[in-house]
Design a protein around this ligand. Structure first.
Ligand code: TUI
Length: 324
């Protein structure tokens, strides 16, 4: 399936792997890229030496493009931005803020820049700053989230910008891919679906919880602190949510509880850790390789007419550009 996203990023299928902090390392990103999508190394919270090593490992796994993600709330963001420019990764995606300060440096290094946005206003601002594409991420997604649903956000972002749009949030199978194209997107970003693939290195206990999750099994913590995070319901998330009801009293205690909670989950403590995952966990029912997951999603999407929808999205975008 060819779209402006496959052309822009030099990939074979319009599937970008969501950056998942502490989870998406070279093992996952290299496998996704080798399978024809865009693998993305999540640099959030990681030391620079780790990032450099993961980029090197991913490049040894595949000759195809590799991306890296900068979580902009990361205290290391400025140093990391510079490192990625020096390493000349093929694509940088960003999350949880505006990458305005780094855009020109990345563009000068020949890197394709794809900010994740949660509103059409930020999407338009990113286009003006020179972004090559945007990921419109709905609140169904796992991890740090915005307010708008994928259904409302994606068409709004498509109307607000001329650069290609990648839809994210709630997409884990071919139905979601086809729906994203119907909304005007020319690619999808998928995170949760990749949590359970063989190449994802999280603890098996975390994978089992994703596989068992039903539609109502995620919860959002941290709304009061301004950093809402969607994760699977467990003992930890319920405890945190109880304390959050009285943030004024429990603010410091809560901050201390969050520290290290994602690492605990990744290492297998499914009761006391934060298992970040999106609402699409309910759609993830089997283990597979990354290549099987991608091929399965695309085959299902094509059976639903996604090829025609993608062609329509591209044609509409061309027509709109010509009219401007
Ligand atoms: O960034 C994400 N998802 C993430 S980051 C992360 S790491 C983390 N760990 C612990 C606590 C908090 C985070 C886990 N998941 N997704 C992309 C995303 N960006 N979603 C929403 C946004 C966003 C929100 C507001 C982007 C920009 C924005 O406003 C920026 C501005 O300047 O207006």
């Amino acid at each position: 399936m060819k779209t402006r996203i496959t052309e822009l990023l030099g990939i074979e299928v319009p599937v970008v792997q969501g950056a998942m902090a502490r989870i998406a390392d070279a093992s996952l990103a290299g496998a996704v890229s080798e399978a024809g999508g865009l693998g993305v190394i999540a640099c959030g919270g990681a030391p620079l030496s780790w990032v450099e090593e993961q980029v090197r490992i991913a490049r040894s796994m595949t000759d195809k493009p590799i991306g890296a993600n900068v979580m902009l709330m990361d205290p290391n963001a400025a140093e990391l931005a510079k490192l990625l420019a020096d390493l000349r990764v093929d694509v940088v995606t960003t999350g949880a803020g505006s990458p305005a300060n780094y855009m020109q440096m990345w563009k000068d290094a020949g890197i394709k820049v794809v900010p994740v946005v949660a509103s059409s206003a930020l999407a338009a601002r990113m286009e003006r700053l020179g972004a090559d594409a945007v990921v419109a991420e709905g609140t169904e997604a796992g991890g740090h989230i915005g307010e708008l649903t994928t259904m409302a956000l994606v068409p709004a972002v498509c109307d607000a910008v001329s650069i290609p749009v990648i839809a994210a949030g709630g997409i884990a199978d071919g139905r979601g891919v086809a729906a994203a194209f119907a909304l005007g997107a020319e690619g999808v970003q998928v995170g949760t679906r990749f949590l359970t693939v063989d190449e994802c290195t999280i603890a098996d206990a975390y994978k089992e919880r994703v596989l068992a999750a039903k539609d109502a099994d995620t919860i959002v913590t941290g709304r009061g602190s301004g950093h809402p995070v969607r994760c699977l319901k467990n003992k930890f998330a319920r405890t945190v949510r109880k304390l959050e009801d009285d943030l004024a009293q429990n603010g410091d205690e809560l901050e201390a509880m969050y520290v290290g909670s994602l690492r605990r989950a990744v290492e297998g403590d499914v009761d006391n850790g934060t298992m970040m995952a999106g609402q699409s966990a309910a759609l993830v029912r089997e283990r597979a390789t990354a290549a099987e997951a991608i091929a399965g999603m695309m085959a299902e999407a094509e059976a639903l007419g996604a090829l025609d929808l993608a062609a329509t999205a591209s044609a509409n975008a061309r027509r709109e550009r010509a009219g401007r």
